[in-house]
Design a protein around this ligand. Structure first.
Ligand code: ADP
Length: 567
C-alpha cells in the first residue's frame, strides 16, 4: 500500500504515518532535486494499539516499523526503502493520508476487529468512538441480489468505505441468497436473512407457530388476534361467525401479501369460501385513536443470532395513520382510508398529509416517528414507558416462539454459526386499553425513504444495524487457524457448576466466542435496545423456550454470577 504526502521544501515537515503504510512517497514542492535533498523530514509513527502478534510480525518483515519519533533525512528514507519523488507538483498545503481504516476492536478479544460504520453525513451525528483503532485499509465489498437497494443501505455502506462487487469477495450479501451461496459462506461473511425467516414472515406461518405456544400459555400469548386459515378452519370459522354478536367484524387477508393488497373487512353477512389463499382474523375494533384517527406502529426488530438468541428492538420507528376519521358504521366498513393504516394505501388518499419540517404541520402529518408519538402520549397523560415495555414483551415472546424453527433451518444451511442477521418490521396495533396487538411480522420491511422523516430514521437504523452485527475485518491468516467445526450438543446440566474460576476449563472456544459476541454487541448498540439476552429478564422468559439451549443457559449463568468471568 502506498502513502502519498506532500511537503514543502526547506521546512521540517512532520508526517504522521500509520503503521499500516508499506511505502511512503514524499512529493516535494521543491523546484529542483538539490533543494529537495536539503529537506529534513520528521516521520512520526502513529502507533495504533495493535495487540495482534501476526500483524506486527508482518510489518517487521516488511521493515516498516519506525520508532515512536524518527527524524529522517532523505538518505535515511531511502535506506528504509521509502521513495522520494521530487517531480514537480502543483503547490498544495494538504496532507492526504487515507491508508488506514478505523475499525472497532473488541475489548474482550483484542485480535477481533469489526467494521466501523460511521453515520452517513446527512444524519449530522457522530457514532461513539470507543474501542476504535486504525488498521490496514482493505477493500470492503458488499454484494446485492436483485435490484439496487434503498438509499439508506447504500449510504451506510458508502460511509463505511464499502464498494459493490459481483464476485465472491464480499463480506456482506444483501438480498435473498441462493442455497449454494448460503452453503459456501465463509465464517466472516454475513447475509441479511435467516434461512427460516418466512416461518414468521408470512401471516399464516406466524399464526401457526404462535397459536401453538398460545395453547400452552393462553394468557401470556394473548397478543395476536384469533386467526382462521380458510383452507383448514373454514367450517370452524363459519360456526364461530354464526354464533357471534350481530355487529362483529373480521378482517380477511391474503396469507402472503403486503401493503394492504387484497385486504377487506367482513361481517356476519359477507360471503366466504374455503379459499386457501386467504385467512380471516378477529378485527380489533376498538383501536386507540389520535385525533380520531386509527394508527399502527412499525417497530424494527433485529435478530443477530438464534443460538444463543440475540434480539434487539430499535428505539425509534414509524407511526402510520389512517386518513379518514375512525367509524364502525356498517356503511363504512369498505372504506380503506378508515380501517387500514398502510402508508401505501393512505398515500392515495386526498387527506394524506406528508411529513413537514414545520412542527405545527407535522402534528397533522399521516406519519410520525416514535419520538413524536411518545410526546403525544405524554400530552394525553399516558405512560409511554409502560406501553413500550409491553410492546417489547410482544416482540420477545414472538421471537422466542420462532426460535426452534429458525434454528432448525439455520443448522441445515450453514457450516458456521454467525452468518446471518435479520431486520424484521413488526406491525403493532394499540387498542383503547393500550394493549398492543401483533398484526404481522414483515421480512424485508420497507426501507424506502419517501420523506425526510423516513430517511432520517431508516438511515440511522441501517447504519446502527450494520455496526452492531459486527462484520469482521478479517485477515486470512487469522481465519485459517480457526477450526471449522459444527456445534455439538453439550450437557446443559454442567452449566450449574461453571463459575469464574473454572469456566476456561469447562467451556470450549466456540462456547466462549458466542458468549463474547453477545457481550461485544452490547457495546455497539447505537439506538438499539437489547431485549435478549438481558440480565433484567433472562429468568422471566426462560419458560417460553420450547427447549433449553446450552448457550442461552451459559449466558444466563454468566449474568447470574455477576458477569465477572471475562475481564
Ligand atoms: P399488509 O401486510 O397487507 O400490510 P396487515 O396485516 O399489516 O397487512 O394489515 C394491513 C392493515 O390492516 C394494518 O396496518 C391495520 O391497519 C389493519 N389491520 C390488519 N389486521 C387488523 C386487525 N386484526 N384488526 C384491526 N386492524 C387490522
Amino acid at each position: 500500500m502506498q502513502k502519498r504526502v506532500q511537503i514543502e521544501s526547506r521546512k521540517v515537515q512532520t508526517v504522521y504515518a500509520p503503521l499500516a503504510t508499506s511505502s511512503l512517497t514524499i512529493h516535494s514542492r521543491a523546484t529542483s532535486q538539490s533543494q529537495s535533498q536539503n529537506n529534513t523530514i520528521k516521520v512520526i509513527q502513529k502507533q495504533p494499539k495493535i495487540r495482534n502478534r501476526s500483524l506486527i510480525t508482518r510489518h517487521i518483515k516488511q521493515k516498516q516499523i519506525f520508532s515512536q519519533t524518527d527524524t529522517c533525512t532523505n538518505k535515511v528514507l531511502t535506506e528504509r526503502n521509502l521513495e522520494i519523488d521530487c517531480s514537480l507538483m502543483e503547490p498544495s498545503t494538504t496532507t492526504s493520508i487515507q491508508q488506514s481504516q478505523l475499525v472497532w476492536q473488541s475489548p474482550y478479544r483484542p485480535h477481533v476487529y469489526t467494521i466501523y460504520f460511521p453515520y452517513p453525513q446527512m444524519l449530522q451525528q457522530t457514532r461513539s468512538q470507543q474501542f476504535l483503532v486504525e488498521q490496514i485499509k482493505k477493500p470492503l465489498y458488499y454484494k446485492l441480489q436483485g435490484q439496487v437497494p434503498f438509499k439508506c443501505i447504500l449510504s451506510a455502506f458508502e460511509a463505511a468505505g464499502f464498494e459493490r462487487s459481483d464476485e465472491e469477495n464480499w463480506l456482506i450479501y444483501w438480498g435473498i441468497a441462493s442455497k449454494e451461496t448460503l452453503k459456501e459462506m465463509k465464517k466472516y461473511q454475513k447475509t441479511n436473512h435467516f434461512p427460516g425467516c418466512w416461518s414468521v414472515g408470512r401471516k399464516d406461518n406466524l399464526w401457526i407457530h404462535l397459536s401453538k405456544v398460545k395453547r400452552k400459555f393462553p394468557t401470556e400469548y394473548y397478543f395476536i388476534p384469533n386467526t382462521y386459515l380458510l383452507q383448514y378452519d373454514f367450517e370452524r370459522f363459519e360456526g364461530i361467525r354464526e354464533s357471534a354478536p350481530k355487529k362483529t367484524l373480521w378482517i380477511k387477508k391474503p396469507v402472503a401479501s403486503a401493503r394492504g393488497n387484497g385486504i377487506k373487512l367482513i361481517n356476519k353477512k359477507t360471503k366466504l369460501t374455503a379459499d386457501k389463499r386467504y385467512l380471516v382474523m378477529d378485527y380489533i375494533s376498538n383501536p386507540h385513536l389520535i385525533n380520531n384517527f386509527k394508527y399502527d406502529l412499525r417497530v424494527y426488530v433485529l435478530i443477530t443470532s438464534i443460538d444463543p438468541l440475540r434480539v434487539y428492538m430499535y428505539k425509534d420507528g414509524l407511526v402510520r395513520f389512517a386518513t379518514q376519521e375512525y367509524s364502525l358504521k356498517s356503511s363504512d366498513i369498505k372504506k380503506r382510508f378508515i380501517h387500514l393504516t398502510n402508508f401505501s394505501v393512505n398515500k392515495q388518499s386526498p387527506n394524506f398529509i406528508a411529513n413537514n419540517q414545520d412542527m405545527e404541520q407535522q402534528v397533522k402529518a399521516s406519519k410520525w416517528s416514535h419520538k413524536e408519538y411518545k410526546q403525544q402520549l405524554i400530552a394525553q397523560g399516558i405512560n409511554h414507558k409502560i406501553l413500550f415495555k409491553s410492546i417489547q414483551d410482544v416482540v420477545l415472546k414472538t421471537c422466542i416462539a420462532a426460535e426452534p424453527l429458525l434454528l432448525d433451518r439455520n443448522g441445515k444451511t450453514s457450516e458456521h454459526k454467525n452468518n446471518y442477521f435479520e431486520l424484521f418490521g413488526f406491525d403493532i396495533l394499540i387498542d383503547e386499553t393500550l394493549k398492543p396487538w401483533l398484526l404481522e411480522v414483515n421480512v424485508s420491511p420497507s426501507l424506502n425513504s419517501a420523506s425526510e422523516l423516513d430517511a432520517q430514521i431508516k438511515t440511522q437504523l441501517i447504519s446502527d444495524m450494520l455496526h452492531l452485527i459486527g462484520i469482521e475485518y478479517y485477515y486470512k491468516k487469522a481465519f485459517r487457524i480457526q477450526i471449522k467445526k459444527r456445534l455439538f450438543e453439550r450437557n446443559i446440566n454442567e452449566i450449574q457448576s461453571i463459575n469464574s474460576r473454572n469456566f476456561r476449563q469447562k467451556v470450549n472456544q466456540t462456547d466462549l466466542d458466542v458468549m463474547i459476541q453477545s457481550l461485544e454487541e452490547q457495546l455497539r448498540l447505537g439506538q438499539f435496545k437489547c431485549l435478549y439476552p438481558n440480565k433484567q429478564n433472562l429468568f422471566e422468559y426462560e419458560q417460553y423456550f420450547e427447549y433449553p439451549r446450552f448457550h442461552n443457559k451459559l449466558i444466563q449463568k454468566y449474568f447470574e454470577d455477576g458477569s465477572n468471568w471475562i475481564i
